[in-house]
Write a protein of this length. Structure first.
Length: 464
């Protein structure tokens, strides 16, 4: 069930039993710090799901209704905040487009930040296009083909890193966004700005100050959607975005630690009240219960179930609730120990520099980042003889997995002297890992993390 009800990415390889992200919907002995890409389900979450199935699953609508209530409680949300479920973070882009459809006479101008720093399929779904060969409902499609009713969407991709791979400043991003919004207004389009809260390399752009300045300048001509799909975001930040009328996108399969794939969008109640009916093309993408009865046009969607998606969401919310039950000092203790192990074993001993989650000379900005951002480190491993290039790093990533060690996939953020992209790997904690590690004494915590990160250090050690 956990590998059903999604697109082709969720399918398990008959030989390895893994999906294309090298993750499985069952607990494994693989040592993984791969929460930036995908997780294997934890043993406690598996036990929880088995007990739930043994007791008998509720209807799809009832199950998702309960999950809505639990998500609102987990993020301390107003009961009028809507929760729309989707089979993946990529599908959530359609929710953002639906939220602002009809606000511009000529359509929507979608301003995407850092296509390389968000999901690869988002470049399609952010245009209102299919991104895979089939949908989660099993409808055959072609990547790049328009979803019916999404014909009036244009897209601008604003880079969050410069050509050299270094992060751009929030002010630079805001200036380019401002130019895009002005063009959209001149063309009669409604501007939809993507805010990145926790990109693949831990960036948060633009900052709230720039966001507020843009909102003050453009008012109702611009809306916000927050890509927090990594789920490295505190409930206070979620609330701040929702207060600004933003749609907030999260997935359960990254930092939250659930099995791949699942996602949900938090939508302010007044945004739903203004929404026009869902386009007919959504009948091949979503089921009725995933939107809820309050969303206009949801009645045209299939009133069928997707127990696989419901169980993946159940596992993710279970992990979120366990994590929220921890005291802040317990979470902080684990994260700081994790950071010490990375600095000593991977940065100092192996000489792999960290890719900065801030613009050059703006380290103070990173100091303002929430502690959740410290659960992820992107390392420049281009000095490794087997990982000089981005493609070589992908090969090393797969080789590590075959040895029972898994990190986050490489990302393109290190530029080599020859102009090519260099090798990187990402080391990330997940909520279930923090829950398990928080139960250890200080000495045991340090010893465990140094032993676990040490296994990666040994595997990555370069010949003398």
């Amino acid at each position: 069930m956990l590998s059903s009800g999604g697109d082709a990415r969720i399918a398990l390889d008959s030989q390895t039993g893994l999906n294309r992200y090298l993750a499985a919907p069952y607990p494994r002995r693989t040592l993984a710090f791969a929460s930036s890409t995908a997780n294997d389900i934890s043993v406690p979450a598996t036990d929880h799901l088995l007990a739930l199935c043994a007791a008998g699953l509720p209807s799809h609508a009832a199950h998702l209704g309960t999950l809505r209530q639990r998500i609102r409680a987990a993020y301390a949300l107003d009961p009028h905040v809507g929760v729309v479920f989707a089979p993946s973070g990529t599908d959530l882009e359609f929710v953002a487009l639906a939220a602002v459809a009809g606000r511009g006479a000529a359509g929507v101008h979608n301003i995407l930040l850092g296509a390389d720093e968000v999901g690869s399929g988002c470049i399609f779904s952010a245009r209102g296009q299919y991104f895979a060969d089939e949908t989660a409902l099993g409808h055959a499609t072609r990547p790049g083909e328009l979803v019916e009713g999404m014909e009036s969407v244009t897209l601008a991709d604003v880079a969050v890193r410069c050509e050299g791979g270094m992060a751009r400043t929030s002010a630079e991003i805001a200036d380019q966004v401002r130019a895009e919004v002005r063009c959209a207004v001149a063309e009669g389009r409604h501007a939809l700005l993507h805010v990145v809260h926790g990109s693949k390399t831990g960036l948060i752009l633009p900052k709230l100050a720039e966001i507020d300045a843009l909102r003050s300048e453009f008012g109702d001509a611009m809306s916000l959607v927050v890509d927090a799909c990594q789920a490295r975001i505190a409930r206070t930040a979620v609330g701040e975005y929702l207060e600004r009328g933003a749609v907030v996108l999260l997935t359960g399969s990254k930092f939250m630690g659930g099995p791949p794939f699942s996602g949900f969008a938090l939508v302010p109640g007044d945004v739903i009240a203004r929404a026009v009916p869902l386009p007919h093309g959504f009948t091949g993408l979503f089921r009725r219960a995933e939107w809820g009865a309050d969303w206009p046009g949801s009645e045209q969607l299939a009133d069928t179930g997707n127990p696989g998606l419901a169980l993946r969401l159940e596992a993710s919310v279970f992990e979120l609730e366990r994590f929220n039950a921890l005291r802040f000092d317990a979470i902080e203790r684990v994260i700081l120990a994790f950071q010490r192990a990375i600095r000593e074993l991977l940065e100092r001993r192996l000489g792999f520099p960290r890719v900065a989650p801030h613009a050059p000379g703006r380290a103070a900005q990173a100091a303002d980042h929430p502690i959740e951002m410290l659960t992820l480190a992107t390392l420049d491993i281009s000095s490794h003889p087997e990982a000089g290039s981005f493609d070589d790093a992908r090969g090393l990533y797969h080789a590590l997995d075959r040895a029972g060690l898994r990190l986050g996939q490489p990302v393109k953020c290190v530029r080599l002297p020859d102009g090519q992209w260099g090798g990187t790997l990402r080391v990330g904690l997940s909520m279930p890992q923090i829950c398990a590690l928080s139960a250890l004494s200080d000495h045991a915590l340090e010893a465990t993390l140094f032993a676990q990160i040490g296994r990666f250090a040994e595997a990555l050690a370069m010949p003398a």
